[in-house]
Design a protein around this ligand. Sequence first.
Ligand SMILES: Cc1cc2nc3c(=O)[nH]c(=O)nc-3n(C[C@H](O)[C@H](O)[C@H](O)COP(=O)(O)OP(=O)(O)OC[C@H]3O[C@@H](n4cnc5c(N)ncnc54)[C@H](O)[C@@H]3O)c2cc1C
Length: 214
Amino acid sequence: MDAPTERTRVKRLNKRARYDEETVHGILDAMPICTVGYVFGGAPYATPTLQWREGGHVYWHGSSASRMLEACEEAQVCLTVSIIDGFVMARSAFNHSCNYRSVMVFGTARKVSDPAEKEARLRAFTEGLWPGRWDMLRQMTAQELKATTVLSLSLDEASAKVRSGPPGDDEEDYALPVWAGVIPVRQQVLSPVDDPRLMPGLTPPEHIRRFKIG
Ligand SMILES: Cc1cc2nc3c(=O)[nH]c(=O)nc-3n(C[C@H](O)[C@H](O)[C@H](O)COP(=O)(O)OP(=O)(O)OC[C@H]3O[C@@H](n4cnc5c(N)ncnc54)[C@H](O)[C@@H]3O)c2cc1C
């Protein structure tokens, strides 16, 4: 992955480009929401869904009846993840920007067909977000497993783009009496809310209390 391909070479503002595994993996691991881009019936779609990473692959899942998953299987896709870290307020409208971390992955999506492997991937998805939860849950039935499709995409062809820091204004604009700086943005996890049908006496376990993203 470390070297860009023709497709992943960042052209616009390429000083923000990163191709190293640590950066790409770090962004994917920090944000479970992705957008999967694919073509269906000759038209482009960009579907938001959840993703998780294991080693050099990213995975996503859903109902076996999902059109998105069916259209992506064995097809060329582009999966993106983005995290906004701040609004960058400059002294001119033109120089406003965002602080962000984002990843784009290209490749052919493959279906995880073997039921045992599929279950292992789903377990890793759950455990990655909430360590210790899978073993607390009722086991997945064969029917539930069959009703779920898991797709994988190699991270061999991926790029990251990262912006951080203050605005970059035109030199003469620094003399203007306009407030400039960064409005930091963070996605915040709030206190868990009990299900109204929760069995009495149960409190959120550690993996719920410690959950965070971003
Ligand atoms: C939260 C957020 C807000 C943004 N707001 C704007 C905006 O308002 N206007 C704007 O023009 N751009 C914005 N960007 C940047 C945008 O994602 C593109 O990088 C930019 O528009 C250049 O697109 P391009 O097709 O010319 O890139 P090119 O440099 O031609 O793209 C070539 C290759 O570089 C890689 N690449 C490009 N962009 C990214 C990326 N963001 N992450 C990972 N790899 C990438 C891909 O592999 C791509 O195939 C924003 C990004 C984020 C994450």
